[in-house]
Design a protein around this ligand. Structure first.
Ligand code: SF4
Ligand code: SF4
Length: 474
């Protein structure tokens, strides 16, 4: 984006000082229209994030990402490793959606929806304001000697931060191992579950480190999504932008003086009060133009609007706008690039819906036993041996399972499995089976057979296998 200043600010990061050390950010406590809306969105999302692993639908945890046991629930629907293609498709949709969203509306996800920002700005930062006070009081406290007041405030703040980090770590664990198991561990003796207690302590330490110290650095240097901005944004993307045309005027910004005719002097509406800089949680000056560090939190919009109101100028000097809107007064319109993303997104979403509709509750895999071809049994019978695996994705046991051949005379014989067995809810059944076919009924040395899987009289799944016979029967 074009900027009114020189570009030297891009050579450094606002949170690193000249010696290369950390320049601590003490953002002013935000207030205003956008901040109030953000609070509603953030607390709604926080409730969802904390409650999701404890809500059950048909006995399934609402959201579960049990990587170790390879069990996943999304919106109460259980997914298995066999459904990995659905996961890949969802990821693709997610990536295209984020790209489309970023191309159109910049990094608004970061400021409004990302859990890192929500926890940092709406939980930890607010506790900090409550204990340490606003920006100036925080700076003063930081510089002051370790007296009784500082020790008391620091001890209280760090203790609360640690406690919240511990709670977040527990919720995180509920997503990974399941809320039932977590509650069982919490109510049991921790020493009986050292394998879980140890990761819990590590997660707590990581969350504490991130929210007590690392903070905005996550968005600036660790998050890959922030880096994507530079390739996705263009002059038509709507971002938090400073209206440099209006703010700088012909003769640049100037401090406010009462009863001065700024317009006649050619000065812009920016009175260089630096409130937009002071309120920024990533320590940048949005008047320099769109920057990688900006998480679109809108705190500077609220702050500048307060200033504009106080000096009787129209609000919106900093606002959601595209560079073309500021530069050429062009209104937002859907560009060819956005149309392309929307088309791809629609196709992918349609494919995912189709896959979800076609997804079976039971997944059968029948594979040839490695290293086995065929064997003769009696005079005319050819036998092939297979292993089978049946996955039950439902929350009910599936009983009375039988295999049958479709359109092929022959017999299926189970090895060490009852003829009518069951697959437990959300479990699997594995075993070995023989398929025996009269050699005169074979069409060649390779015969594609379809196996039907029944639960009682209901066919619940089909799968195919290759049945091998000797070449002489061709
Ligand atoms: S808050 Fe508004 S008026 Fe003050 S420096 Fe920032 S842009 Fe200029
Ligand atoms: S520049 Fe404004 S919108 Fe961007 S991070 Fe700073 S305060 Fe938030």
């Amino acid at each position: 984006m074009e900027t009114p200043q020189n570009e030297s600010f891009r050579d450094t990061i606002g949170t690193i000082n000249e010696e290369g050390g950390r320049a601590w950010v003490y953002p002013k406590k935000p207030s205003g229209k956008y901040y109030n809306k953000r609070k509603i969105v953030s607390y709604g999302l926080l409730i969802f994030l904390i409650a999701a692993p404890f809500i059950k639908i048909n006995g399934n945890q609402f959201l579960l990402f049990n990587i170790l046991e390879r069990r996943f629930n999304i919106f109460g629907l259980p997914f298995w490793p066999q459904d990995f293609y659905l996961f890949v498709m969802s990821m693709l949709i997610g990536i295209v959606f984020i790209a489309l969203f970023t191309v159109s509306f910049g990094r608004v996800f970061c400021g409004w929806i990302c859990p890192q920002t929500i926890f940092m700005e709406m939980v930890f930062r607010r506790i900090e304001y409550w204990i340490d006070g606003d920006r100036n009081k925080q700076r003063k406290l930081d510089k002051q000697e370790w007296n009784a007041e500082k020790i008391r405030k620091r001890a209280l703040k760090w203790f609360i931060f640690l406690l919240i980090s511990f709670v977040i770590a527990n919720v995180f664990l509920a997503y990974l191992i399941g809320s039932d198991k977590l509650i069982k561990y919490i109510t049991g003796n921790p020493l009986d579950h050292l394998g879980t207690l140890f990761p819990l302590i590590i997660f707590t330490a990581v969350f504490y480190f991130v929210f007590a110290w690392f903070r905005e650095q996550v968005c600036i240097i660790a998050c890959p999504y922030g880096r994507l901005q530079s390739v996705l944004l263009d002059n038509k993307s709507i971002v938090v932008a400073y209206d440099h045309k209006r703010g700088e005027g012909e003769n640049g910004r100037k401090k406010f003086r009462k009863n001065e005719d700024r317009e006649a002097l050619g000065h812009g509406d920016c009175i260089d009060c630096l409130q937009c800089v002071n309120v920024c949680p990533t320590g940048i000056d949005i008047r320099n133009g769109t920057q990688l560090e900006c998480v679109n939190c809108t705190a500077c919009i609220d702050e500048c609007d307060h200033i504009m109101e106080s000096i009787n100028l129209p609000k919106g000097l900093i606002r959601f706008a595209s560079e073309d809107e500021i530069e050429k007064k062009e209104k937002f319109k859907i560009t060819a690039r956005m149309k392309g993303y929307i088309a791809v997104l629609t196709i992918l979403t349609g494919m995912l819906c189709g896959m979800l509709l076609l997804r079976n509750d039971v997944e059968a895999t029948v594979l040839r036993l490695p290293g086995q071809l065929f064997e003769h049994k009696g005079e005319n019978i050819i036998s092939n041996v297979f292993t089978f695996k049946l996955v039950n994705k439902t929350t009910k046991d599936i009983e009375n399972i039988k295999f049958k051949l479709r359109k092929q005379e022959g017999e299926i014989k189970m090895v060490s499995t009852a003829a009518n067995f069951e697959v437990p809810a959300q479990g699997l059944a594995e075993g070995t089976l023989f398929i025996e076919i009269d050699k005169n009924k074979l069409k060649g040395d390779k015969n594609k057979l379809m196996i039907e899987v029944y639960s009682g009289d209901e066919m619940i799944e089909t799968t195919t296998v290759n049945f091998l016979g000797p070449r002489s029967y061709n």
